[in-house]
Design a protein around this ligand. Sequence first.
Ligand SMILES: NC(=O)c1ccc[n+]([C@@H]2O[C@H](COP(=O)([O-])OP(=O)(O)OC[C@H]3O[C@@H](n4cnc5c(N)ncnc54)[C@H](OP(=O)(O)O)[C@@H]3O)[C@@H](O)[C@H]2O)c1
Length: 290
Amino acid sequence: MRVLLTGGTGFIGSRLKTRLASAGHEVQVVSRDASGDVTWAPDAIREAVRVHDAVIHLAGESLFARRWSAHQKNRLRASRIDTTRLLAEAVADTKPRVFITASAIGYYGTSTDRRFVAGDGPGDDFLARLCVDWEAARQPAIDAGVRTATVRIGVVQGPGGGALQKMLLPFRLGLGGPVGHGRQWVSWIHLEDLLAMLAWLLENEHTHAEYNGTAPNPVSNRELSNTLGRVLRRPAIVPLPGFVLRIVLGEVANLVRDGQHVTPGRALAQGFSFRFSEIEPALRDVLDAR
Ligand SMILES: NC(=O)c1ccc[n+]([C@@H]2O[C@H](COP(=O)([O-])OP(=O)(O)OC[C@H]3O[C@@H](n4cnc5c(N)ncnc54)[C@H](OP(=O)(O)O)[C@@H]3O)[C@@H](O)[C@H]2O)c1
């Protein structure tokens, strides 16, 4: 298939591009950078969507790039919502075979007690509202009858990026440990499984709507940190108080301090299978691959 990919220079997208190309797809990347194949100019997007069979939209300002000032919140929102709307309108006009978009498990809000599956409603914090509006921006494509599938991505565990990359240094120095009380859920996914899920959505005509991009077995933050300590053969006993994180990072600290238990029942029921369902083999694989 001819695939138009946004976010193709990022942590997930750059690996997806390689994977799709090696499966025989032809991939063009939309980027703000001159090195991309297509710019975000509306005319360029419309023309590019017209000549592709599939659009995969992963672009978005990094949630961890800087503190969430009012200005930064606008960037986080616009980089996802405005771009999704632009693509969805182009998709509605020219009708490629499929439109695949990213969202995040922040859609559900945070909870230590509740268990979330794909049919559940949204939370009401900043990130949840962002995800609701991000997903709503797909609507022109859905209304036009184009197969549209969205992955609410969990905490991606992969080499060279994501949350794990940020945890490695303190753990290697023996300064790792749980964040706050450590009971908050971490709904993680191995990068290879996320790439496989995106390829599965691309290639399977029966898939559409929202899927949780999380492994079947979320872990507590304490279990994640104990497991990482074991894999790295380092102690994982130095807790990081939630209030310290909040002082250092501001509101973005909530992403680490609070969590949500999210499972991928819909993808499993429709035939997707995970290579990594348990955290320890996943972390061992990622750290071996470095
Ligand atoms: N990694 C995770 O654990 C995780 C978890 C949940 C959800 N997600 C979502 O999955 C998507 C991809 O994640 P990732 O980890 O690969 O992100 P990433 O490494 O930060 O890459 C995101 C890409 O988005 C583009 N971008 C950044 N800021 C932008 C802006 N202001 N306007 C337009 N484009 C912008 C960049 O492409 P150019 O520089 O080429 O323009 C960049 O390559 C994101 O939407 C993210 O929110 C990721």
